[in-house]
Design a binder for this molecule. Sequence first.
Ligand SMILES: [Zn+2]
Ligand SMILES: [Zn+2]
Length: 349
Amino acid sequence: MGSTMRAAVLYGKEDVRLESVPVPAVGAGEILIRVRTALTCGTDVKVFRRGYHAKMIVPPALFGHELAGDVAAVGDGVTRFRVGQRVVAANSAPCGNCFFCRRGQLNLCEDLLFNNGAYAEFIHIPARIVEKNTYEIPPHLSYQDAALVEPLACVLRGLDECNVLPGDTVAVMGLGPIGLMFVRMAKAVLNARVIAIARRQSQIDNAIRLGADDGVILDLQNPQSTITELRRQTDGRGADLTIEAIGLPETWELAPQLVRKGGVINFFGGCPAGTRVGLDTQLLHYSDITCRASFHHTPDHIRRSLHAVQSGKVTSDYLVNREEPLDNLLKVMRDLMKPNGHIKTAIIP
Ligand SMILES: [Zn+2]
Ligand SMILES: [Zn+2]
């Protein structure tokens, strides 16, 4: 292309600037996507608030990682894609050769290649992601729905790790975008009974629109009231699976009280670095509780997540509730730091 584009550059804590930068060049095996929709993500908000992310992004860097768009250029040797095709690309791809990849734990790849730069007119997709984690978007699917594939893949993997059976009760604590995607997936794909747990009734109401069966108010001042109500709704036993999707030590510590004997906890929400939790050892042991802490996705989950979106079981309804031009990104990020009912915002470059 040889010209410039508008792109968001993250410089550090709460410092993101819209700049004119060169349109990335496309090498062998790579593609360039003209971004049609980029979705905000809780991780981006975290990175914006803290100014860094140990694994995903090191500032100054192009920012944003959930996107769908049109192929604008293809590098030598690319055969699966052509200019003009509508595509969705994930934000990473594993190497396929390391210790973890060979064991099938591709999310833990020692050389996981991350890609950022979705908040821009164009994004460059490295060859490995083109090859392993990029798909054509079916004609009936909107860019916005397609862009959900990456976060949904993390959610799908999180549920996979917990062996949910149809009719099981899944309690989801935290109803941000990820918690709401757990609600939707558990309901629409796994046919579970879902109990949504959050601080505000408006969050629970939104979860119910996405398929949650019941709600429990999370009261961190008086956690016993949350435990009592959850147990009342589960015949006194607790949920079969409890998902922590907030990322606070207090809520990690609460999770074992919300799960039944022999049940599973997924500590999905990443807490701030350096934090620790205290867990009731007697409760974990004598109740035979399984603890998981899922991270990220694999190419298989990206593929299955696209299927879930393609089938219409999961859509962006009630998940993406605002649309803004790229130039408003700073304001959007600031808004997302406050609890104000914004879930995911579609950024349209
Ligand atoms: Zn994300
Ligand atoms: Zn690897």
